[in-house]
Ligand binder design. Structure first.
Ligand SMILES: Cc1ncc(COP(=O)(O)O)c(C=O)c1O
Ligand SMILES: N[C@@H](CCOP(=O)(O)O)C(=O)O
Length: 461
């Protein structure tokens, strides 16, 4: 299997390169050069998460990895989850929720990050190289990455989070690690600023080579690969025909994994983008104009994002893989803060995607009404998904809809308690998180500061 960049200016790469490089050298995102033939997944009904995960991984790793090796990696990765099914579908108040929060840091990011850590180990053991991983986080990716990579050999991890814009629980998953290979920087800016620093550093090719820079945001194709698995297991467990999925969306990585599952032949129906008041994707899908307006902090901070990196992958696909046009739209976004999609592009996107926005009041009301009806607590991101699924049904969408429950309510205790009067607890002894000292440095929104910090970390190892 070979990979190409959405911007058409990078050499073909294999899975291992894509894993360790993260972003293509031309600034684009990697995608398979050709899509695999659709699979018949019906034989996987009732199969374990590990079996499906191993099948997906071996499709995208290609000849470079045997099925047995893929299975062993998935077994080790998903053994870290507290639920035997890894990502079960549960019905709550009439909604089918795909629970993706049973991993070590209570968010869907653990699914991919636990696997990526093991893929990195395999790759670095074979190459004898080391990797300085950088990650931008609006709260959850960082904790999952620190938990998966802390203390591993030949690796360091620098996590950038937007200062005072994430929940305390989210922050503590990153900052309470005492591993020497972990560095936490609280950037005075938004998640988009953190992500822009990551992309800036990847564009500095001599720095990338000097420190062997790697990335674990969903710009890394391996993240998408791992996330495809739960769409397939959920679709097979819920229905005998197509299943629609509602995805609380920020960086567009998770919903793009749903699109990939569909391309692989899984019975995935419509993909519903659910957003908070930072509704750039909803506006884009309704008007054709992807226009930045600035971030408003919300009670679903992980989705406070305006530059949805993976939308580039979807644009590239919907433009029939025209890399010049894709690169042109991304240039418009960078230079003008906006890009315009023509009618054909928009129509292609709308064939698969719908979108709904939830206001802050709707998010709280949804958390409250679910609790009142079922006694269960859901986190604000999941609530945005539930609100969207309900709107889609009200507008006539028929057939089963699965909503991705992307985080555990205990990650957002203040918002959940305000909506229900009940404070959610973490599903492990709370001292593990609250009894430990935090380590992080507040830094200016400046790539040079982060570059220096990574150089220091690199030379201290
Ligand atoms: C809890 C939660 N829900 C939803 C999202 C949005 O996912 P994506 O960025 O893949 O669109 C995120 C962040 O990625 C998240 O942490
Ligand atoms: N919501 C994410 C933002 C980063 O997204 P990613 O999927 O590209 O890593 C977070 O919680 O950090």
């Amino acid at each position: 299997m070979h990979y190409i960049s959405t911007r058409g200016g990078a050499p073909r790469a294999d899975f291992d390169q894509v894993l360790t490089e993260a972003l293509a050298p031309d600034g684009g995102l990697y995608l398979p050069e050709t899509w695999p033939e659709p699979h018949d997944w019906s034989g996987f009904k009732g199969a374990s998460f590990v079996e499906v995960g191993a099948e997906v991984l071996s499709i995208f790793a290609g000849d470079d990895m045997s099925k047995d090796e893929a299975r062993a990696l998935c077994e080790a990765a998903f053994a870290t989850f507290r639920h035997p099914d890894v990502a079960p579908v549960e019905e709550i108040d009439g909604e089918q929720l795909l629970e993706l929060f049973h991993g070590p840091t209570l968010a869907f990011k653990d699914v991919a990050m636990q696997l990526i850590a093991r893929l990195f180990e395999r790759s670095l053991a074979r190459s004898g190289k080391s990797l300085n991983v950088i990650v931008a986080t609006s709260g959850d990716t960082g904790g999952a990455a620190v938990s998966a990579l802390a203390g591993r050999e030949h690796l360091s991890i620098t996590a950038l989070h937007p200062h005072e814009r994430i929940s305390e629980v989210q922050r503590r998953f990153m900052t309470t690690s005492d591993a020497a290979n972990v560095l936490n920087l609280a950037v005075e800016g938004t998640f988009d600023d953190c992500q822009a620093i990551v992309k800036q550093l990847f564009s500095e090719r001599s720095f990338v080579a000097d420190v062997s820079l790697g990335g674990v945001n969903s710009i890394n194709w391996a993240r998408i690969t791992a996330q495809v698995t739960y769409y397939i297991t959920a679709a097979l467990s819920v229905g005998s025909g197509e299943v629609h999925f509602t995805v609380p969306t920020g960086n567009f990585g998770d919903i793009f994994a749903g699109y990939v599952a569909k391309r692989l032949g899984a019975p995935v129906g419509r993909l519903i983008i659910a957003v908070n008041e930072n509704d750039i994707l909803d506006r884009a899908l309704r008007t054709g104009e992807y226009q930045k307006r600035g971030i408003t902090p919300t009670i679903s901070p992980s989705m406070d994002i305006e530059i949805a990196s993976n939308f580039e992958r979807m644009i590239f696909e919907a433009l029939w893989r025209d890399s010049n046009r894709t690169a042109g739209l991304m240039r418009d976004l960078r230079e003008e803060g906006t890009f315009v999609m023509d009618k054909a592009l928009l129509a292609t996107l709308r064939e698969t995607f719908s979108s709904y926005r939830a206001s802050e009041e709707e998010v709280s009301e949804t958390i409250g009404s679910i609790h009142k009806a079922s006694g269960e607590l859901v986190d604000p991101h999941t609530a945005i998904g539930i609100a969207a699924s309900r709107k889609a049904r009200d507008e006539g969408l028929s057939g089963p809809i699965v909503t991705l429950a992307t985080a555990h309510p205990a990650k957002f205790p203040a918002a959940v308690e305000a909506a229900t009067g009940e404070k959610p607890d973490v599903p492990f002894p709370s001292e593990e998180l609250f009894g430990r000292e935090e380590k992080f440095r507040v830094v200016a929104n400046d790539p040079a500061v982060v570059r220096e910090a990574i150089r220091e970390l690199n030379s201290a190892r």
